[in-house]
Design a protein around this ligand. Structure first.
Ligand code: GLP
Length: 261
């Protein structure tokens, strides 16, 4: 796991966008794993800037979203499909029809989950998966107690996650759906490169567990320790509870040029 503690505004977005740019150069039809929430927006903004400047094209890229609320109509502004259209698709030149998400309005949730797993596999799997982290240690919507081998399925959101996400629903916790469909932890772990981004003090405890804690379903993100290629981009506040900050900084500063990401 590579931990990068950024010191300049915009640095995390630039590093994330560089990873995508390098990937697209090698593979124009790469599969991007798209996360919602505020954390990946810096990367999406930078990708948008590169596309507008003619330095990058995602015209052949494909995207798979991590998760979706159950029961919100597609037109709802907080339905994750709408969020990803707004935060990502609208800024770059990816085809909206090449961006896929779990169907949270399906009458048959189990079939929708199985179909989503199949679609990811048929696309050849995810090349780079963007991830945020919940303050309770969730990735996507895999709440504490999630099986570390789980696949795409329905989950019930914790009170903490609903409270955290109420800010997107006018502060009304009751308006935040109780259920979601989320890629499982086993699904996420099959992506070839995981890129997790976190900022702010509210994430510091979860980040401490992710990087330095024991692997446990209590903090689902800790399973990332078992993945061979993980990049964690943090601002100093999110890194505030890490014990080995000096080592992470030293490692990044001494990173061989050939190693890149
Ligand atoms: C939601 C999403 C997660 C996201 C998390 C953190 O619960 N399902 O994918 O990582 O929120 O969001 P934010 O980046 O806004 O803090």
């Amino acid at each position: 796991m590579e931990v990068v503690i950024t010191s300049e505004t915009g640095q995390a977005g630039r590093i994330g966008a560089q990873i995508v740019t390098d990937l697209i150069r090698k593979r124009p039809d790469a599969v991007l794993g798209l996360a919602t929430g505020s954390s990946p927006v810096a990367i999406y903004d930078e990708l948008g800037r590169l596309v507008q400047a003619g330095e990058l094209s995602l015209a052949h890229a494909r995207g798979f979203m991590l998760d979706e609320y159950v029961g919100l109509p597609e037109q709802h502004p907080e339905c994750y499909r709408s969020v990803i259209e707004r935060d990502f698709v609208a800024k770059v030149d990816i085809e909206s029809s090449n961006v896929h998400g779990p169907d949270g309005s399906s009458n048959d949730i189990q079939a929708a989950c199985a179909a989503y797993e199949k679609a990811i596999a048929e696309a050849g799997g995810v090349d780079v998966q963007f991830l945020g982290i919940g303050s309770d240690g969730h990735v996507a919507f895999n709440e504490p107690g999630s099986s570390l081998a789980s696949r795409t399925r329905i989950k019930t959101l914790t009170a903490q996650t609903r409270a955290d996400n109420a800010r997107f629903f006018g502060g009304d916790v009751e308006a935040v759906p109780q259920h979601c469909i989320t890629q499982g932890i086993g699904t996420i772990m099959e992506a070839r490169h995981l890129l997790l981004i976190a900022s702010g003090e509210g994430k510091a405890e979860a980040i401490h567990h992710l990087v330095e804690g024991p692997i446990s379903a209590r903090w689902p993100a800790t399973i990332l320790q078992m993945h061979p290629h993980v990049t964690v981009l943090l601002d100093p506040s999110a890194a505030g509870r890490l014990e080995h900050v000096g080592y992470y900084e030293q490692t990044y500063a001494a990173k061989p040029d050939w190693q890149r990401f």
